[in-house]
Design a binder for this molecule. Structure first.
Ligand SMILES: NC(=O)c1ccc[n+]([C@@H]2O[C@H](COP(=O)([O-])OP(=O)(O)OC[C@H]3O[C@@H](n4cnc5c(N)ncnc54)[C@H](OP(=O)(O)O)[C@@H]3O)[C@@H](O)[C@H]2O)c1
Length: 349
C-alpha cells in the first residue's frame, strides 16, 4: 500500500486525487487549514497553513510518504518552503501546475519544449504582470512554483503536471455547470465560433488518475501537459450538454468571431470555453498519453457533472463562479442583432 500526502484535497482536483487514492487502498494524509471543502472519509487530516513554518515542521513530523500531490501551490517562495520541509520525508513531489506557465499561452500551439515564463523560486504572490491575452501573474507564479519544486527535488523526483481547462464533478470555477444550466433552460442558445473547432478540456478524474500514476515509485517523472487529445469539438461539447440534460435547446452558431468579440462578449468567461486564440486548444499532450494518460469522452464528464449538480452540487462557493456566463438579456439581444445581420447579408446577395 502506498502512503500519499495531498496538499489540499478537500475540493475539486484535490478531492478527486484523494478519492482515487483511497479507492486504490492507499493510505492518504491531507494537509490544509480546514476552511474550504470537506475531508473525504478515510483520510488522515493534518490541519495547518502552508505559509506557516511551524505548521510545516509539524506536517513533516507526520511522514514519511512515498509521494506528495500538491494541488494548492500558487506562491513560489511558499512552495519552496514546503518543498524544503518535505524533502527528507517524501519520495516524489507531484506539482499541479498549469498551461498558463507558457510564454505563448494562449496564442501559440504548445509542447513541453515551449518557452516558460521566467519567475524565481523565491518570488512572492505578485510577481510578473497581467497581459491581454497573456501572460498572467498566475502563470508567472506557477512557473516559479515549478522552479521551487525542481530545485529541491531534482529532475529525478519532481513531476510537473500542466493541465489546461479541468472540468467535472465538484468544479468550482463554474464553466461546465454554467453551460449545463444554460442548455437545460432550452430555447435558442448562442453557440460561439466554429462548431468543428477542437477543444481539450480534461476530466478532473483523469488528471487525478494520471497524477497518481506519476506518484508511484516506478511511474514516469518529468513535465507533462495534461489535456484531452483535441479529437472532440465545441459542437460535441454542446451536444453532450444537450443529451445530458434532455434539453430542447437549439444552437445558433455565431461563426464570425470578430463580430462576436465586437458585441462586447468576454471570451473564456461570458461564454466559457470559447477563445479565439489558436493556441487555446492546441496543447500537445502526446508525452502524457505515451506515459499513461487516458482521457474520457466529454459526454461522460457532462453526464457525471450534471448528476452531481442534480444531487445538490456541494461545491464551495467560489468567487470565480460568478464570472461565468452571459446574461440572458445580452444573449437574446446579440442573437437578434445576428439575425438582422444575416437577413441583410442574404438580402444583399
Ligand atoms: N480549474 C482549472 O481549470 C485548472 C486548470 C489548470 C490548472 N489548475 C490547477 O489545479 C489545481 C486545482 O486544485 P484544487 O481543485 O484542489 O483546488 P485549489 O483551490 O487549488 O486548492 C484548494 C485546497 O488547498 C487548501 N489550501 C488553500 N490555502 C491553503 C493554505 N494556505 N495552507 C494549507 N492549505 C491550503 C484548501 O483547503 P483549506 O481552505 O481548508 O486550507 C483546499 O483543500 C490548482 O493548482 C490550479 O492551479 C486548475
Amino acid at each position: 500500500m502506498a502512503r500519499l500526502l495531498v496538499l489540499g484535497g478537500s475540493w475539486f482536483l484535490g478531492r478527486a486525487v484523494v478519492e482515487e487514492a483511497l479507492a486504490r487502498g492507499w493510505e492518504v494524509t491531507t494537509f490544509r487549514r480546514g476552511q474550504t471543502g470537506h475531508d473525504v472519509a478515510g483520510v488522515t487530516p493534518i490541519r495547518g497553513d502552508r505559509t506557516n513554518p511551524d505548521d510545516l515542521a509539524r506536517l513533516a513530523a507526520g511522514g514519511p510518504w512515498d509521494a506528495v500531490v500538491d494541488t494548492s501551490s500558487f506562491v513560489p517562495r511558499e512552495t519552496l518552503a514546503v518543498a524544503k520541509a518535505l524533502d527528507p520525508v517524501v519520495g516524489r513531489y507531484v506539482l499541479i501546475s498549469t498551461v498558463s506557465v507558457y510564454e505563448g499561452w494562449p496564442v501559440e500551439p504548445l509542447t513541453e519544449e515551449s518557452r516558460v515564463l521566467d519567475c524565481p523560486s523565491t518570488a512572492g504572490p505578485d510577481f510578473g504582470f497581467d497581459g491581454n491575452p497573456g501572460p498572467s501573474i498566475y502563470g508567472f507564479t506557477k512557473a516559479g512554483c515549478e522552479r521551487a519544486v525542481t530545485e529541491v527535488f531534482g529532475h529525478d523526483r519532481a513531476v510537473l503536471l500542466r493541465p489546461g481547462v479541468i472540468l467535472g464533478p465538484y468544479e468550482y470555477v463554474g464553466r461546465l455547470p454554467w453551460w449545463l444550466h444554460r442548455v437545460a433552460r432550452g430555447g435558442r442558445v448562442l453557440a460561439p465560433g466554429q462548431p468543428h473547432r477542437s477543444i481539450q478540456p480534461v476530466d478532473v478524474r483523469d488528471v487525478a488518475t494520471f497524477a497518481l500514476h506519476t506518484a508511484t515509485a516506478d511511474g514516469p517523472v518529468g513535465t507533462f501537459n495534461v489535456t484531452a487529445s483535441g479529437r472532440e469539438t465545441m459542437s460535441d461539447f454542446l451536444t453532450a450538454c444537450q443529451q445530458t440534460t434532455g434539453s430542447n435547446a437549439t444552437f445558433t452558431w455565431i461563426t464570425d468571431e470578430e463580430w462576436l468579440v465586437a458585441q462586447g462578449v468576454a471570451q473564456w468567461t461570458e461564454l466559457p470555453l470559447w477563445r479565439t486564440y489558436r493556441g487555446a486548444w492546441a496543447v500537445d499532450s502526446v508525452k502524457a498519453r505515451d506515459a499513461g494518460l487516458i482521457t474520457r469522452p466529454l459526454l461522460d464528464t457532462a453526464t457525471d457533472t450534471w448528476a452531481w449538480l442534480r444531487n445538490g452540487g456541494d461545491a464551495v462557493a467560489h468567487e470565480r463562479a460568478s464570472e461565468q456566463g452571459i446574461a440572458p438579456d445580452k444573449e437574446h439581444a446579440i442573437l437578434g442583432t445576428w439575425d438582422a445581420r444575416e437577413r441583410d447579408r442574404c438580402g444583399s446577395q
